[in-house]
Design a protein around this ligand. Structure first.
Ligand code: ADP
Ligand code: MG
Length: 258
């Protein structure tokens, strides 16, 4: 039994505090859903957990089985058992998916093809450049293929449901559900739709707003969200801001005024 423990995590990006004290604890075999509106800091959390550059930790701790991950390079976090599926997977022309999987997981080709078949990743995708000209569904199938072969202890899924059609959503979420029940994978599923959670049944649901968890509950919390929306829920909780407010001078997309 493993534990991923996040305590009081505070993170700034370009001098702006985005995460304002995040507390979460996951165990092997558990599925936790992290739901929150756009701009609430969900992707920032996933990047900070994985150690992406430019994300400055100003407080708190993240431990995997008691070992501090903060300060470790990304590859060491991965070796410790942490895995992230990206919201926007990066294209890597010239590196075949097959070679990436071979280098990262060292799997034999028979096992790889069996897993690919299970996830309905077509054979010719294995020989293509990683994510190059993949559709949204193909990207997320490929991410899930890496997850299934690398067998980490914990997987953070950053909107694995975005850009997926219903068939791909079902294949991907069912495969992850089996990893959690049969292989003890712990899952943090970031999403803003409850649709994902009908296949990937969460044990716990956390609602994220303005850079922190504002409330947690069982699966019924996702149903409540579906009914009341984020604004309705925020009002009921007395939470004032849904999103992280970035000062205009540090917002690269702000109106330049000319
Ligand atoms: P979510 O994934 O919940 O939609 P994000 O974590 O992507 O939210 O973003 C949260 C806030 O942090 C947003 O206001 C966004 O503009 C800001 N932010 C994220 N990354 C950066 C960055 N690299 N530079 C400046 N602001 C950023
Ligand atoms: Mg995001």
């Amino acid at each position: 039994m493993s534990a991923l423990t996040i305590r009081g995590l505070r993170v700034s990006v370009e001098g702006v505090e985005i995460l304002r004290g995040v507390d979460l604890e996951l165990h092997s075999g558990e599925v936790h859903a992290l739901m929150g509106p756009n701009g609430s800091g969900k992707s920032t959390l996933s990047h900070a957990l994985m150690g992406r550059g430019g994300y400055v930790v100003t407080g708190g701790s993240v431990t995997l089985d008691g070992e501090e991950l903060l300060g470790q390079p990304t590859w060491e976090r991965a070796a410790a058992g942490l895995f992230l599926t990206h919201q926007y997977p990066v294209e890597v022309p010239g590196v075949r998916l097959l070679d990436l999987l071979d280098a990262a997981a060292g799997v034999d080709e028979v096992a790889l093809r069996a897993e690919a078949q299970r996830l309905r990743v077509a054979d010719d995708f294995l020989g293509r450049g990683v994510n190059v000209e993949f559709s949204g569904g193909e990207q997320k199938r490929a991410e899930t293929l890496q997850l299934a072969l690398l067998r980490p202890k914990f997987a953070i899924l950053d909107e694995i449901d975005s850009g997926l059609d219903v068939d791909a959503l079902r294949d991907v979420s069912r495969r992850i559900e089996v990893m959690s029940t049969e292989d003890g994978l712990g899952v943090l599923a970031i999403t803003h739709y409850s649709r994902l959670l009908t296949e990937l049944r969460p044990d716990r649901v956390h609602v994220f707003m303005d850079g922190r968890v504002v409330t947690s509950g069982g699966p019924e919390l996702a149903d409540e969200l579906e009914r009341s929306g984020y604004e309705g829920l925020a009002e009921g909780l007395g939470v004032e801001s849904l999103r992280v407010t970035v000062p205009e001078e540090s917002d690269p997309f702000a109106d330049p005024g000319f």
